[in-house]
Design a binder for this molecule. Sequence first.
Ligand code: ZN
Length: 156
Amino acid sequence: MGKPRYFRFDVEKVLAELCQDLNIPRKMIRLSTYTSSKLRLRNRLGSCGINVNHQGELTSYEVRIRVKGSSIEDQIEALAHELVHVQQYYRGDFTIKIKLHKVGNKERISYSEYWQGKNIRDWVCNSWKQYKALPWEVEAFAREDLLASKFSHIWN
Ligand SMILES: [Zn+2]
């Protein structure tokens, strides 16, 4: 793994402002970085998931942003994009069903995600084109530029 594995701008400030603009609580966001995409779709610059406790309750949203091989502009846009997904949870468009299973004597947690009540597995996504056509992605891609544009002084 090469450098850098960190943000080259004041990410806390950007994150706080974006959370305010999107009306989502900063304290529910855990931010982490990755340096290379382990994702199936290599064009992706970020991801958004959830963290749960042992009782199967949601504790935070995990926003991961690729920091290696992406520009500051890309990173801020990716951050805005992933936070739109967090907002989609807050609005109730995304919902999660968490299941606790016992495997031997170990507890395992799995979850399913629904978009407007429909399991997200019901959408076909085998290509970048199909990915960008997913309804939650259409919105996130449509809004990321405008949300990020107020920070353009950082990369210009
Ligand atoms: Zn997305």
